[in-house]
Structures are given as structure tokens and as C-alpha cells.
Design a protein around this ligand. Sequence first.
Ligand code: ADP
Ligand code: NA
Length: 340
Amino acid sequence: MIQPTGCFHLGNYLGATRVWTDLCELKQPGQELIFGVADLHAITVPKPDGEMFRKFRHEAVASILAVGVDPEKASVIYQSAIPQHSELHWLLSTLASMGLLNRMTQWKSKSNIKQSTNGDYLVNDSDVGKVRLGLFSYPVLQAADILLYKSTHVPVGDDQSQHLELTRHLAEKFNKMYKKNFFPKPVTMLAQTKKVLSLSTPEKKMSKSDPNHDSVIFLNDEPKAIQKKIRKALTDSISDRFYYDPVERPGVSNLINIVSGIQRKSIEDVVEDVSRFNNYRDFKDYVSEVIIEELKGPRTEFEKYINEPTYLHSVVESGMRKAREKAAKNLADIHKIMGF
Ligand code: ADP
Ligand code: NA
């Protein structure tokens, strides 16, 4: 699933949507693929804006198709249009302990709760007082998204590993409490590419909700804009050697990681490739070229799809028809098991 909170970026592409496209290509008979626009999750942002939201939702579907997800092979759905997601969220919330949710890091980082130097969050009562229940139970809704379809494999970026562990925990708890082996234990399919970081603050991940647009490469950025952003990317003062050291050189390492992700090459191979550069200008222009070339197709396709609202609508409608059937059946089974 992906949130319609803004235009998709390089992190979403390498960590999510390109993987979805790969899965469409690898699809075997008997397998089913469901990809979703997590619009219920998206309203956990501090200031949701209805108009923007409608636009982003539409753009999300265009972006998903633009990278090559095949609607003949995968269902694309809106989370909010299948009410069983919300309903299962409630049922699962009765199994989720506050203590376990409290250990999740996402609600803390999204609430700007301070982190100590060892990475622990310093949570105090007044911070917690401002956190909304929806943000706190975000991972329970995510578990519902997954378990509603009795999914067996979930492709995500590594920022989501913790939430997948919670999903497995809730599945097991349900199975133990209500019915043995009812939910399969969903496997985390971690994207090959490591987390893509913000260009200006390479401690943080690249994110749609980042107000600083220079930190984010959007899928529909013009080549000139991409080059400009990469030239501005925060790096360091070692300007004649480009090697991978995420702790000491997070900026350079992020750029190497991006190239490795796009080219599907190991970090070592990319480091060898870029060893020929002896100044930042050349190194960064190479990185820009690789990105520009990769995003050329998705950018053109995005422009095409965004101007076809009727088609986008029909893709989601037909995806949802299939998903709804499954959701209704599984939730009916769950109700029966739980005694409703
Ligand atoms: P965002 O945080 O940008 O709003 P989402 O929460 O919608 O992104 O995440 C959608 C998918 O994109 C998830 O599978 C997530 O793992 C992946 N993803 C998001 N940001 C990154 C990133 N910076 N690097 C790699 N993958 C990412
Ligand atoms: Na996210």
C-alpha cells in the first residue's frame, strides 16, 4: 500500500512501486496481487486537506500505473472504498496491546518526539497527550489491510519491517484465541534497495510529506530539477574519493545506494564504477544522469495517465470488484469465528 499524501518519490519507487511491477512480471498462475492506495492511513497527517487529498489519490493511481504495474495482473484499490478494512481494524485492535504499539517507532517520529543520540525516543506525557489515536493505531490498520485478504507475502521498504512483525503477532494471536491456522503468517518481502534518504538531511528518510522539496526527487521532476537537487544534495568535504560508509558519509552513501538500486547492481560494483570520478561535480552529474534516464519512462507515462481520469477510475473499479468479494467472504468467516 502507498499513501496518497503527495507525489511519489524515488524512495517509493525503489522501495515499493518498482517491486510491485517486478511482481506483476513474475506472477504465477494461482497467485493474486493486490496493491492499494492507503487513503485511510493518509488522514493521520497533522492537517489533512480534502481537495489535495482527492488530487493525490488520483495521482497515486497514475503513478502506480506509470511505473508499469499491470492492472490485468494486479488489483489496484482504494482502502477507504472497502469498509472491511476499517471493520477488521477494530476487531484486531481488541487483540493489540498498548505496550506493543507503544514500541512502534513510526508514531514517535511522525509526532516529532525527540530521539536521544543512541536512537531511543524520549517520550514524555505531554508529547503523548498530543498524539492522536489514529496515528497510534496506524499499524493495526495496516495489519487489517494485509490480513483481510489472508495475504502470504507483503512487499515493503525496510521502514515497514516493524509493522510487519506486529501483523504477524496479531495473526498468531487471532489464530491462538479463535481458530488455529486461520490467518497465514505473512512474510515480509523486503525491497532490495536500502532505504532512500532525504537529500538535504540524510539521517531522515526521503518522504512525500517533507516540506523541503529539494530533499525529495519526485517521479515527475524535470531532468533540470533532478540535476539541481542532486548538485545541492548534502555531502561532505572528502571531494576526491567516493566510497560507501553510511555512518561517516551518509550523503555520498545515499547517492551510491540510489544508483545501486536503479542499476540493480551491488554497492561494491557501484563504488568501483564511481571510483573514476575525482570531484563532486562529475560524481553528482553521473548520479543525476542515472536517475533522469530511469525516470524518463515513468514521467512520460504519468503525464499520459493523469490525463485519462475515466481510465484511472475504471482500473480502480475493476480492481475493487475482485478485492471486495474476497474481503466480504473473509470478514464473514471472521465474524462467524468470533461469534457474530
Ligand atoms: P511516505 O513516507 O513517503 O509517505 P508511504 O508511507 O506512502 O511513503 O510508503 C509507501 C511505500 O514506500 C512503503 O512500502 C515504504 O516502505 C516505501 N518507502 C517510503 N519511503 C521510502 C524511502 N525513503 N526509501 C525506501 N522505501 C520507502
Ligand atoms: Na511512510
